[in-house]
Ligand binder design. Structure first.
Ligand SMILES: Nc1ncnc2c1ncn2[C@@H]1O[C@H](COP(=O)(O)OP(=O)(O)OP(=O)(O)O)[C@@H](O)[C@H]1O
Ligand SMILES: [Mg+2]
Length: 244
């Protein structure tokens, strides 16, 4: 069943059409890669999914509910979580407090009032840190982490509220090959609970972790299919050999 669907999504910035009518279907329990040349509209589409901006026309449905113009916090409460291309950890806070903040930021006043015990909150935070191999760094300042560790912290923060769909924009940007490999290893186990839409330029990485790929070119879907189908797609090969 489709967890997320976009139909005919367009986005214009002044005279520029960044998205030219995108249909995207993301199924629950899958890792879905968005690839395409620079400027093809990948980040613009992710931002429209997250509510960082609204489509000019078209619709977005999440879990059967129209969220085209829902505000980011409403999407987040519905189970959508986003990590942007730029790192957004708070460097002056500890690694632990960054996750604590992420957990609290997503909750309504009512749920904070009924709040789970400190102990339950603590155990959730430590579980998130464990999952991303960060528990030994819990008390360190986030700013002291390596670039790769900061990316993992951000993913842990995005996952802390237990979303049903995580959106990641180039999480391995600036990482070493070893850090990329570990990132893939850390992401795969979350598939049991959370679907993923991920933008990446590293095709080997994305082919390794994704079940399904959508290729954007100049704001439109060039092709869509399983990793194998896209690997064998003539249209995609042409664009990649001529423009990437
Ligand atoms: N806020 C904005 N204002 C004006 N133009 C924008 C804005 N955001 C994106 N664009 C333009 O929209 C087009 C698509 O940009 P987008 O950032 O979505 O591409 P991308 O596929 O994520 O590229 P990259 O691989 O380089 O990250 C580009 O031409 C870009 O310059
Ligand atoms: Mg981008």
């Amino acid at each position: 069943m489709a967890l997320l669907e976009t139909r005919g999504v367009t986005k214009t910035f002044g005279a520029l059409q960044a998205l030219g009518g995108v249909d995207l279907t993301v199924r629950a329990g899958t890792f879905h890669g968005l690839i395409g040349p620079n400027g093809s509209g990948k980040s613009t589409l992710l931002k429209a999914l997250a509510g960082a901006h609204f489509p000019t026309t078209g619709s977005i449905t999440f879990d059967g509910r129209d969220i085209t113009t829902a505000l980011p916090y409403e999407r987040s409460r519905a189970g959508l979580s986003l990590k942007f291309q730029i790192t957004a950890v708070l460097p002056e806070l500890s690694v632990y407090d960054n996750v604590l903040l992420a957990l609290q930021a997503n909750r309504s006043m009512w749920s904070l009032v009924r709040s789970q015990s400190r102990q339950a909150m603590h155990s959730n935070i430590m579980k998130s840190l464990d999952q991303f191999r960060l528990s030994p760094r819990a008390d360190d300042l986030a700013g002291e982490l390596s670039h790769g560790e900061q990316q993992w912290l951000e993913i842990a923060m995005a996952l802390a509220p237990k979303p049903r769909l995580l959106l990641l924009d180039e999480p391995t940007g600036g990482m070493s090959p070893e850090e990329r490999r570990v990132t893939g290893e850390l992401l795969l186990p979350i598939k049991a609970e959370c679907a993923l839409v991920i933008v990446e330029h590293d095709l080997d990485f994305i082919k390794h972790i994704c079940d399904h790929l959508t290729v954007l070119d100049q704001g439109k879907v060039l092709d869509d299919g399983t990793v194998e189908e896209i690997e064998n797609s003539k249209k995609v090969q042409e664009v990649y050999t001529s423009r990437v």
